[in-house]
Every structure is written in structure tokens, then in C-alpha cells.
Design a protein around this ligand. Structure first.
Ligand code: AHM
Ligand code: MG
Length: 344
């Protein structure tokens, strides 16, 4: 394991191998899978950086399974990640935002199932704003029948064996967890390697930033409206008013929340009665990261990672971030839900 005292540069590959060596029985397969994702991330990062000067930018004319316009880079990222995972024959199936059904890989006996949001925040691509990739890894349990099927992948988030994100921002960063804290690496483009920048990251217990698309204010529950008003009130003792920050790329908003603390919310609303964000390849992996860093993630009623998925593309509301901020919004939601129940 790398100690803080060592100032030698440690690459993602070295770090993964060193971490694996701490578990004598480890087969190295999960390490290989993480290295595959690291490689795909470098290729996607290169393409994202040159998007503005190539014709890869822009709509490719088709729509994804949710009827949203697909940009060329979404497809590129999807292909890169899937083919990187296919190559090492340890993943049997991929579920991706860009594909309606499951994608069976060449290795039918592969031990892992991987969920992907290949390029999250894609509406930000053509305005040069940060975007990201998200991944979430499950085991395909040996008791499952030989034929790989969708129901094998319907496991709650607590069963994730690894998860992470890549942020294509002012620099490219990869953060991941295997359940032993969160480690973060920054891509050094001059040598083409991800270099360890932080390990055992901790989210602050409270923060003074709230992150939500306030354009939907009129269709929120009363408790949420009151919470946002609370964030905006002047009270220097509690560091209010909070700052509002909303990038519109969940990876970037969660990355900031992880580093600076605060809360990110995508609630249910009249427009999205079940929330907009996807449980399996957006909310579960980012919840695993935030929880591993000491934060909290809930759908307003229960822990996100304990939700039993009914379908691979299921949506969910999410309230995620620093412990104290999430506890506060829950107080508002509960208080006003009780008031509404009394009235009705
Ligand atoms: P995408 O995967 O199609 O890019 O959609 C998910 C994105 C999230 O990154 C972001 O938090 C959210 O959609 C923004 O939605 P909205 O524009 O409704 O606020
Ligand atoms: Mg997405």
C-alpha cells in the first residue's frame, strides 16, 4: 500500500496490483477489470478532448432506449468500454445506458456483470462542460444457470464489488472503490498514465453547497421547496445562505460534493414521477463512492443501495452528499409529508 510519506508517482495500474497483493487469495480478475476500464477511460478522454476539432461532435441522428438524442461520443464511449471489458474474458454481461437490453460478452462464464453510463451529462458535450463515465460491478453468482440473463443483473447496490467514475474536466480524473475507501487518480497526458492523487477520501460531514435543478421548483413536494428556502436563508451561524451549484453532469456535481461537501438532489417531480436518474448505472455506483467516503445517499425513503431493482433501466429520486445536509433535507421532507397526510 502506498503511504503518504512516499512521494514517488504511483500509477493506477501499480496501485491496483498493490491493492490486490493485500489479498492473498485474489485471482486478479477484478484488478484486470479495473485496468480495462482505466484503459478505455484514457481513450475516451483523448476523444473528448479533441471533440471540438473533429466531426465526432454532435448528434449521430439516432435516439437511445429512453428516446433521448444520442451524440457520437456517447456511442464511441460505449463501444470503447464494452470492447475493453470483452477483451479480458472476465465479464459476461454489460448493461449500458446506450443499450436497451443486456449486452452478452464473449465470455459466457465470466464472473462479473458491469453496468455502464458510458458518457453521463451528454447534453454538456457540445458546450465544452465536464462530462463523465460511470461504472458499477457485480459478481455473477455461481448458483446462476449457465445461460446469462437479465435477472442475474438485478441485484441491489449493496452487492456491488466495485464502482467508480471518470470525470473529463479541466483534467481527467478516475475515482473508484472496492469497498475499502475511495481512491482518486489524475491523468497526466504527457505520460498517458493515471497518477494517484488521493486515497481514503473523506467527504466533509457538512457543506454549504446545494445542487439541484431549480427550474423544476414548482413541481416539487412542499418539504423540498421549504428545504431549498432554508438553504437560501441568511444565518451566518450555520454558514447560510448556501451556494447553489448545478452543472447538469451528475459525475461532475457528485465529484464536487465529494471534495467540498454539501448535497446533490434529483427528486421526483410532476415531470419525473420516479425521479430521472438511473438506479443501476448512475445512483448506485455514485452512492457506493459517497458512502465509502463517509457520506449518505437515500431516495427520500430508504438507502439507495438497498433498493431491490425491478428493471435494469429503473429510475429513482436521489438525495446524496454530506451526512448533516442529507439529514436536514430528510427532516423537511418528513415534517411536510406528515402535514400533508394530516390534511388529506
Ligand atoms: P444523461 O445520462 O442522459 O446525460 O442524463 C443524466 C444527467 C445527469 O448527469 C444530470 O445530473 C442530469 O441528467 C441533469 O438533468 P436535468 O437537465 O433534468 O437537470
Ligand atoms: Mg447518465
Amino acid at each position: 500500500m502506498v503511504t503518504e510519506k512516499e512521494n514517488r508517482l504511483v500509477t493506477l495500474e501499480e496501485y491496483i496490483i498493490q491493492s490486490q497483493n493485500r489479498f492473498p487469495g485474489a485471482t486478479g480478475e477484478l484488478s484486470q477489470l479495473l485496468r480495462d476500464i482505466g484503459l478505455a477511460a484514457k481513450i475516451i478522454s483523448r476523444e473528448v478532448n479533441k471533440a471540438g476539432i473533429t466531426n465526432i461532435l454532435g448528434l449521430d441522428g439516432s435516439t437511445n432506449v429512453h428516446g433521448e438524442a444520442v451524440k457520437k461520443l456517447d456511442l464511441f464511449a460505449d463501444q470503447q468500454l464494452i470492447s475493453a471489458l470483452d477483451r479480458s474474458l472476465i465479464t459476461c454481461m454489460v448493461i449500458s445506458e446506450e443499450n436497451d437490453g443486456i449486452v452478452k460478452l464473449s465470455s459466457k462464464g465470466g464472473k462479473y456483470i458491469v453496468y455502464l453510463d458510458p458518457l453521463d451529462g451528454s447534453s454538456n458535450i457540445d458546450v465544452n462542460v465536464s462530462i463523465g463515465s460511470i461504472f458499477s460491478v457485480y459478481m455473477r453468482e455461481p448458483r446462476f444457470e449457465p445461460t446469462v440473463k437479465e435477472s442475474d443483473a438485478l441485484q441491489p447496490g449493496v452487492k456491488q464489488v466495485a464502482a467508480g467514475y471518470v470525470l473529463y474536466g479541466s483534467s481527467t480524473i478516475i475515482a473508484y472503490t472496492t469497498g475499502l475507501g475511495v481512491s482518486m487518480f489524475t491523468l497526466d497526458p504527457s505520460i498517458g498514465e493515471f497518477i494517484l492523487s488521493e486515497q481514503r477520501i473523506q467527504i466533509p460531514d457538512s457543506g454549504s453547497i446545494y445542487s439541484i435543478n431549480e427550474g423544476s421548483y414548482n413541481s416539487w413536494d412542499l418539504g423540498l421547496k421549504k428545504y431549498v428556502k432554508y438553504c437560501q436563508e441568511f444565518d451566518p451561524d450555520t454558514n447560510r445562505p448556501y451556494s447553489a451549484r448545478y452543472i447538469g453532469s451528475m459525475v461532475a456535481d457528485i465529484h464536487r460534493t465529494l471534495i467540498k461537501g454539501g448535497i446533490f438532489i434529483y427528486p421526483h417531480s410532476k415531470r419525473y414521477p420516479n425521479g430521472k436518474l438511473r438506479l443501476m448505472y448512475e445512483c448506485n455506483p455514485l452512492s457506493f463512492i459517497i458512502e465509502q467516503a463517509g457520506g449518505v445517499s437515500t431516495d427520500g425513503e430508504m438507502r439507495i443501495m438497498e433498493k431491490k431493482p425491478a428493471s435494469i433501466h429503473q429510475q429513482t429520486p436521489i438525495y446524496i452528499g454530506s451526512k448533516q445536509n442529507v439529514a436536514k433535507v430528510m427532516e423537511f421532507l418528513e415534517e411536510h409529508a406528515a402535514v400533508e397526510a394530516d390534511k388529506g
